[in-house]
Design a protein around this ligand. Sequence first.
Ligand SMILES: Nc1ncnc2c1ncn2[C@@H]1O[C@H](COP(=O)(O)OP(=O)(O)O)[C@@H](O)[C@H]1O
Ligand SMILES: [Mg+2]
Length: 297
Amino acid sequence: MSVIENAIKRLQAARAGAAFARGTAGASGGAARRRELAAAGNAAAAPTRTIVINHDALRIAGLVPPSHQERELARQFRHIKRPLINNALGRGVPRLAHGNLIMVASAVPGEGKTFTSLNLAFSMRLEEDMSVLLVDGDVVNPRVSRILGVENEPGLLEVVRDNVPLGAAIHATDVPGLSFLPAGRPDANPTELLASVRMSEVVAQLGGHDPTRLVLFDSAPLLLTTESHALAHLVGQILLVVRADLTAQQVVLAALETLEEGKPVSLVLNQSMKPPHAEYYYQYSGNAGTPKNASGA
Ligand SMILES: Nc1ncnc2c1ncn2[C@@H]1O[C@H](COP(=O)(O)OP(=O)(O)O)[C@@H](O)[C@H]1O
Ligand SMILES: [Mg+2]
């Protein structure tokens, strides 16, 4: 059983033990909790708490749609997730190596990476027999960690830098099938950390051997940071978010240039004011050279 499955099992076992502090304001710890965790088999490696996802707070932050747009957005995300999942599982297409490791990227800030990561995670976790681990890979501006109230908790950076066990950094959430790994406390050298051998080991552990466990990385903009290049190197596929009517074609091409040859990339056109049509979603392969239409949504 992989590290993640172990960690999630421990979290579930600890939760089943009752008297579990819930909510983003509830600090973990306490003798009763430690006894529960010890009973669950790993007191040292499971000090995380269950994150209660506050959808109203997400809505106020503009990271989930207003209720009257929920259905339409859910429909669009169903279209966006399907080819990514098919790539990960090899359903009707060749299975991508590490295809369950998916990075949500963009050229510049404000294109909708965090919006897309969250809504894609909510959509993907609804799949039968699949689970989603959302990772805040934007270690310089960890917006998801902040909004979920775990900005100052150990996260990806501590796992890579300080060898904190993954099980001690991954949080269960009250949304079934969705867990979260925060970015961790800021570091002076994030690029070196994300480009380290230890980081590649951590990402390999996250991916495991189970393609039904999707690992979704929110990330920093490709053209303004180098740590995102390091992350891009480690994942199996990339969803490049392009803000409609704002991001110049040359900027998108420059972002694609930062990715290694052959890296599977899908493009999603975000915040288009035009009605969805056949061109709003593309898959792109660095090998093929040109974008090709992948969805008739
Ligand atoms: N599809 C969308 N519909 C509505 N608002 C969106 C959409 N995508 C992004 N936004 C808004 O744009 C802002 C920037 O998006 P964000 O996901 O934070 O960008 P990034 O993570 O790429 O910097 C957010 O405040 C969000 O509210
Ligand atoms: Mg962001």
